[in-house]
Write a protein that binds this ligand. Structure first.
Ligand code: LLP
Length: 429
């Protein structure tokens, strides 16, 4: 069980509260966030990187609510947002705009204008169109925003391995290999209303190996040296993005924040020494590694169906609308019977499925549950704090679950459960 919960008297408890009490108070499905766990993970990244003079931006796309933004601020992290909506949540939580970095491969004029008007600290430029657009909007306002150029290094990282690809065949950023990145640096440096402060690189997600990060860091640092030598531009910041993996199942082996911080700071320092350029201030953007293990999802079992000789289908009251990751990425999860321990009962091979109208609506394809699992039981899925609430949908017109925070035996709602009235209110035809 990689989650943030323990069994007390047979029942799973999170932050000192039993799942049955949480389910009774807030209904199911329910996203439960362990505030202390979130804060302590944020603090670990802040300390590991901060001690080396690096900035940690929490990636809000993993999970962002006003309370989460306040925790991030209180723990001394910066915040990465990638849409006007995420920016709105951060500003509504009084997150200091100068500590916000803004991403996106297709930020609208309106989003860029809001970022400028709010005074966000860094805007990460992703394309030539955007360089022009932001330059014009900044000139109209007489402002000179600090910007980074997002580059692609040809390093494509996947879980345990990394593949150095020759082509940068995806939508984000400007390629080092084609000269697009150098051209972008030239244009941004020449733009009167843009202040180029650095480069950005993000290689992927759910990574367990430092190698991909190291190759990317080395390539970007070499490029920094080239811009220094050939364009006479010295860039003081280098953001290496997010992507640090977490344990969803027991075979996952996450990197320790100190190990990754040490290895990145070290490689950038060495490359800079080799090329004789000043060492830039590093930045990272962990999202999943902070939010993921801090959350669990509690579901109530509705029906149980035995398929003779194969498996038992255990249907819960949510599914792909609150966790699309299994259907979308084939992600793995760990699930437990939560309202009682079922000890002494023989296990049965089960499949945890949702209530949506398609057979691909699977939360956990294969797991063992006590044979007597039945309607009314609560089950909990671990490590759902990241990319579950934030990717939730209303498929089949299901209202989205509430998000509650638990801490020292107290629970409070951060996001209330959606109602059918909420959904109908938008249906204005
Ligand atoms: N920075 C940038 C520029 C990113 O694109 C991302 C993730 C992050 C930081 C944070 O990455 P993290 O540390 O959370 O891995 N929906 C997918 C993940 C997509 C991530 C996209 N970008 C999932 O559920 O696995």
């Amino acid at each position: 069980w990689p989650g943030t919960a323990e069994r007390l008297d047979g029942e799973l408890t999170v932050g000192g509260i039993g799942v049955s009490e949480l389910a009774d108070r807030y209904g199911t499905p329910l996203f439960v966030l362990d505030e202390a766990e979130f804060r302590s993970r944020a603090g670990e990244y802040r300390d590991a990187f901060g001690s080396g003079g690096a900035d940690v931006y929490y990636a809000g796309k993993a999970l962002l609510t006003k309370a989460v933004a306040r925790w991030v601020r209180e723990e001394g992290l910066k915040l990465d947002v990638c849409s006007g909506g995420e920016l709105a949540v951060a500003l509504a939580a009084d997150f200091p705009p100068e500590r916000i970095g803004m991403h996106g491969n297709n930020k609208s004029e309106e989003e860029l204008a809001r970022a400028l008007d709010a005074g966000v600290g860094r805007i990460v430029l992703d394309s030539f169109d955007e360089i022009e657009r932001l330059e014009r909007l900044a000139a109209e306002r007489g402002s000179v925003p600090d910007v980074l150029v997002r580059v692609t290094t040809g390093v494509e990282a996947h879980t345990h391995e990394f593949v150095a690809t020759a082509h940068d065949d995806q939508k984000f950023g400007l390629a080092l290999s084609t000269g697009a990145a150098a051209e972008a640096v030239r244009r941004v440096s020449a733009a009167e209303n843009l202040s180029l402060v650095g480069l950005h690189s993000h290689i992927g997600s759910q990574i367990f190996d430092t190698a991909g990060f190291e190759v990317a860091a080395a390539r970007v640092t070499r490029f920094l040296a080239e811009t220094h030598r050939e364009l006479g531009v010295t860039l003081p910041e280098l953001n290496l993005g997010g992507g640090l993996g977490i344990a969803y199942v027991s075979s996952d082996t996450p990197l320790d924040p100190k190990t990754i911080a040490h290895s990145l700071l070290d490689i950038v320092q060495r490359e800079c020494d080799t090329h004789g350029i000043p060492v830039p201030r590093l930045g990272v953007e962990p999202g999943r590694a902070i939010a993921g293990p801090s959350g669990i999802t509690v579901y109530r079992v509705g029906t149980v169906k035995d398929v003779e000789g194969l498996r038992t289908y255990v249907s819960v009251d949510g599914g792909m609308s609150d966790n699309i990751r299994t259907a979308l990425y084939g992600s793995e999860y760990t699930c437990l019977l939560a309202s009682r321990n079922g000890e002494g009962t023989e296990p049965v091979l089960a499949r945890l499925v949702g209530k949506h109208c398609e057979s691909g609506d699977i939360v956990v394809p294969d797991l063992y549950l006590p044979r007597d699992v039945r309607a009314g039981d609560l089950v909990a899925v671990a490590a759902t704090g990241a990319y579950c609430h934030s990717m939730a949908s209303n498929y089949n017109n299901l209202p989205r679950p509430a998000v509650v925070a638990v801490r020292s035996g107290e629970a409070r709602a951060l996001v209330r459960r959606e109602t059918e009235e909420d959904l109908l209110r938008r249906d204005v035809g």
